[in-house]
Design a protein around this ligand. Structure first.
Ligand code: FMN
Length: 354
């Protein structure tokens, strides 16, 4: 019987166990969006995960949406992340960087002066986000990218991957879920383009395929993963036919032989994401969302998943692997300190005592 505590290889990534720490934005980067000693401590504490997927990290100033999120586009940011990856590796862990370009899910008050909010089309998301500078703000009205600008945005993903390797990451993950830029290209509600990046599913997947190609060119396919959540409506995203869209996407990227597909399971009336993934992607799957130890073990034993990722449990249980292995109680997280600066609710969740 295979369990979550058994090792596994995802592409070139060798995991000591199949318990993955899912990506979590925690809004605790320092000035200049640079990872600090506090971030080092947080990731070090969680390094017994088979693999850590970092918090969403912007590849450029334009890619930033939320306050206090880290970047991977300046020398100081690369140096900051190097401290994190060194700490995780010293504990025997593995860590990949999640590249997250927010696209239209942004508020200018969170962004550097001179940066811009861009998207496939000038369609504003309904809703608001928190900013340190001005409290709750409407999402920005994005500027639609010109066709000849898209190569430059794609190149940011390649450069971010190069920078991630320089910072010591074991690989990178494209955040193609939750209504951010890659998903804005995929989805009919946000992509109204009439050029080769819009219209048919084949055209809407093009930018995402190009982003992955740029990442693969920089790191090799065995160090690149992608995260998707077909049918999700978060951040005002919508798609007329996610089954068609994700079938086209996964068929196109399957031959790339990526390290893994990180799939967020969702009870969607529109699409069965797992069915689409199984039918069109032959590489390893990391499955996520509200998975219990029992279900996770069943998923890896049946071969349905190569690994399972946990977000909220990891937030409040730095020694999650040990707790699961020993059948210990799991601590609950404090919602109030999810995104607040400082160590409280971040690095002060206790380990089980001997
Ligand atoms: C505080 C918080 C921040 C999150 N930030 C990200 C993120 O940066 N990137 C991402 O892909 N998902 C993000 N998520 C989603 C989680 O990775 C995960 O998909 C979700 O919490 C469901 O998994 P769980 O049931 O194990 O918590 C976040 C979730 C939480 C709770």
């Amino acid at each position: 019987m295979t369990t979550l505590f058994d090792p596994v290889k995802l592409g070139d990534l060798e995991l000591a166990n199949r318990i993955v720490m899912a990506p979590m934005t925690r809004s605790r980067a320092g000035d200049g969006d640079v990872p600090t000693e506090l971030n080092v401590e947080y990731y070090r504490q969680r390094a017994t995960a088979g693999l850590i997927v970092s918090e969403g990290t912007q590849p450029s100033e334009n890619g930033k949406g939320y306050c206090r999120t880290p970047g991977i586009h300046t020398p100081a940011q690369i140096a900051g992340w190097r401290q994190v990856t060194d700490a995780v590796h010293a504990e025997g862990g593995r860590i990949v960087l999640q590249i997250m370009h927010c696209g239209r899910i942004a508020a200018q008050a969170n962004k550097a002066p001179g940066s811009e909010t861009i998207a496939p089309s000038a369609v504003r998301a309904a809703g608001q986000m928190f900013t340190d500078a001005a409290g709750m703000q409407d999402f920005d009205m994005p500027r639609a990218l010109e066709t000849d600008e898209i190569a430059g945005v794609v190149a940011e993903f390649g450069q971010a991957t190069e920078n991630a390797l320089k910072a010591g990451f074991d690989g990178v993950e494209l955040h193609c879920a939750s209504g951010y830029l890659p998903m804005q290209f995929l989805s009919t509600g946000t992509n109204k383009r009439t050029d080769r990046y819009g219209g048919s599913a084949e055209n809407r997947i093009r930018a995402v395929v190009e982003m992955l190609e740029a990442m693969v060119k920089a790191a090799g396919a065995g160090r690149v993963g992608i995260r998707i959540c077909p049918g999700v409506l978060f951040n005002d995203i919508s798609d007329d036919d996610p089954t068609e869209t994700y079938t086209a996407l996964l068929k196109a990227i399957d031959p790339m032989k990526l390290a893994y597909l990180h799939l967020i399971l969702l009870d969607s009336p529109q699409v069965d994401g797992l069915k689409v993934a199984k039918a069109n992607f032959t590489g390893p799957l990391i499955l996520n969302d509200s998975i219990s130890l029992e279900r996770g073990n069943a998923m890896v034993d049946s071969g349905e998943a190569a690994a399972v990722s946990f977000a909220r449990y990891y937030l409040s249980n730095p020694d999650l692997v040990r707790r699961l292995r020993e059948g210990r109680e799991l601590a609950h997280f404090n919602r109030k300190t999810l995104y607040t600066p400082g160590p409280v609710g971040y690095t002060d969740y206790p380990f089980v005592s001997e």
